[in-house]
Each structure stands twice: as structure tokens, then as C-alpha cells.
Design a protein. Structure first.
Length: 69
């Protein structure tokens, strides 16, 4: 499944890679919202996908932080 492979890929990254991934996902979400507001967005499902990816990234960051304690 696509999401499982993405999640496994995130688990392999270090803290800097995860934070970079999070920043780029948030920028993409901002751009998608802007496109939606100006009626330029064709694939509205992409917003939902990016929001879930952000949540996945934050989950891995939290898991890594708790494991480090």
C-alpha cells in the first residue's frame, strides 16, 4: 500500500530530514489552499492527502522524540 511505504520511508529519516519534509509539506499545503481560493486548483483531493502526510510526519517526529527519552 502506498501510505505504508511512505510511512516506512519517513521512519528511516533523521530529525533534520523529517523537519525539512515537514516544512516542504506545509509550503505545499499553503500553495494548494491559495490555488483553491483563486479557483485554480484542479485536484482538490491533493489537499487532504498533504494534510495527512503532515500528520504522518509529525507522528514520526513524536515517536522519535519519545524513543529518545
Amino acid at each position: 500500500m502506498k501510505t505504508n511505504s511512505y510511512f516506512e520511508e519517513l521512519k528511516k529519516k533523521d530529525a533534520k530530514g523529517l523537519s525539512d519534509e515537514l516544512v516542504s509539506a506545509k509550503k505545499e499545503l499553503f500553495n494548494l489552499r491559495f490555488q483553491k481560493a483563486t479557483n485554480q486548483l484542479d485536484n482538490t483531493a491533493r489537499i487532504k492527502e498533504v494534510r495527512r502526510n503532515i500528520a504522518r510526519i509529525q507522528t514520526v517526529i513524536t515517536q522519535n522524540a519519545k524513543a529518545a527519552e
